[in-house]
Design a binder for this molecule. Sequence first.
Ligand code: FE2
Length: 281
Amino acid sequence: MTDRKKQFERDGFLVLENFQSAEACDALMHRAVALASTFQLKGPASVFQTSEQARTSDAYFLESGDRISFFFEKDAFDPEGNLKNDLYRSLNKIGHALHDLDPVFHAFSRAPQMQDLVTELGLTDHLLIQSMMIFKHARIGGVVDIHQDASFLYTEPHSCIGFWFALEDATIENGCMWAKPGGHKTPLRNWFRRKEGAGTEFITLNEMDYSTEGMIPLEVKKGACIVLDGLLPHYSLPNTSGRSRQAYAIHTIDRNSVYPQQNWLQRDRAGVKGFFPEPIA
Ligand code: FE2
């Protein structure tokens, strides 16, 4: 077992500096600007907020699994429902199939160093189920409450692994990620899923509370990759600084695991691909 694999299994996360080039990070951010420029806000916008996601889930969110969809910061609108800033700087994220639908995101997600990394970590059978451009713009970027990614991508057995890329330097001031080494050795607390009838709900799987004790800031430079076990509790604080903290994240699941139909994210299974070219059937 390599040192990186040992470290990942011990800590539940792995910080890899200088993983993507500055040019690749810039290309992704420019692409996000271009995608946002094609989006026209018609009617009520979809807001993304981790703590309120069960309440605020709407059809636009539930249908975003195989699309490129746009979600706004909760504070982006005035009481009349108009954007307070320009549209781009009001976005919380874009998701959830950028890695399959957009060539720039596709290339970044399956870069040669990604293929080497998943091979080293023993994740060659993993499928890229979800991708997100996460903005955290200066001063408006909101909190991401403590959570485990596996709550949102539940599989049996557990298999969710995330790859989080800093497209800009992430610091305590602009809202870097926080996690506790070894925190993944605790059970999955809840499952965010589709409710029978309509909407979504959190189902409690384990009564254990989250704790921020022992959590450390994962301050990283532009181009870093943080690999996250889906059971690792993590969070990030609002960005009250004058510098944005843009990130891109992809989440993967083992293709041999069971992926329940109640999971919020549903895609045409044939559209879900791995890191490597698929064998021709
Ligand atoms: Fe997360």
